[in-house]
Design a protein around this ligand. Structure first.
Ligand code: IMP
Length: 181
């Protein structure tokens, strides 16, 4: 799968190091509390499990399944929930775990939906942040890496369900999604 990458942006080692830093920060901020890590399926699962292993505080896990409507076919940023949380987050400290924030529309929708359930606190932790593409400003308290406006795969991120299991993050060769490979 590596041969389909134009270049590697972050190696396995760099990712491990950055996640350890994030985990230390989160452990400090949430000391004495037991936050719920709400992870968006499927891409963010890889990031969440690496992060959770490094945390020094107890956490609860829950998952949200979403399907974004295709661009141009529905309202942008409207997300369909394919799997809701198993437990109530009312009164809980919630940390929403995302793989990547691009335009920010998905995150805005999810954040509003979770906020309406009245958690005690609600923060966002995203593995990647594609800053140049942002259309709506959403506070992201914890972020792994900022990336340029390129399509990336690996460490949970996919193209057509492929490449999620790559241990690094890289820019996908454009021939792959233009169907010329
Ligand atoms: P947003 O609503 O535009 O922020 O879109 C976020 C979603 O778009 C992510 O959860 C990913 O599923 C997808 N996405 C955006 N950029 C990339 C990328 O570079 N690689 C893989 N998926 C991406």
């Amino acid at each position: 799968m590596h041969e389909d990458l134009e270049r590697v942006l972050f190696t396995e080692e760099q990712i491990r190091h950055r996640i350890a830093q994030l985990a230390a920060e989160i452990s400090r901020d949430y000391a004495g509390r037991e936050p719920v890590l709400v992870t968006v399926l499927k891409g963010a699962v890889f990031f969440m499990s690496a992060l959770a292993r490094e945390l020094m505080i107890p956490v609860r896990l829950d998952f949200l399944g979403i399907a974004s409507f295709s661009p141009g076919r529905a309202l942008p940023g409207v997300v369909r929930i394919t799997k809701d949380l198993d437990q109530s987050i009312h009164g809980a400290d919630v940390l929403l775990i995302e793989d990547i924030v691009d335009t920010g529309l998905t995150l805005r929708y999810l954040r509003n939906m979770l906020a309406s359930r009245e958690p005690a606190s609600l923060e966002v932790c995203s593995f990647l942040d594609k800053v140049p593409r942002r259309l709506v400003e959403i506070p992201i308290k914890y972020r792994g890496f900022e990336i340029p406006d390129r399509f990336v795969v690996g460490f949970g991120l996919d193209y057509s369900q492929r490449y999620r299991t790559l241990p690094c993050v890289g820019i996908l060769k454009s021939q792959i999604y233009q169907g010329k490979s």
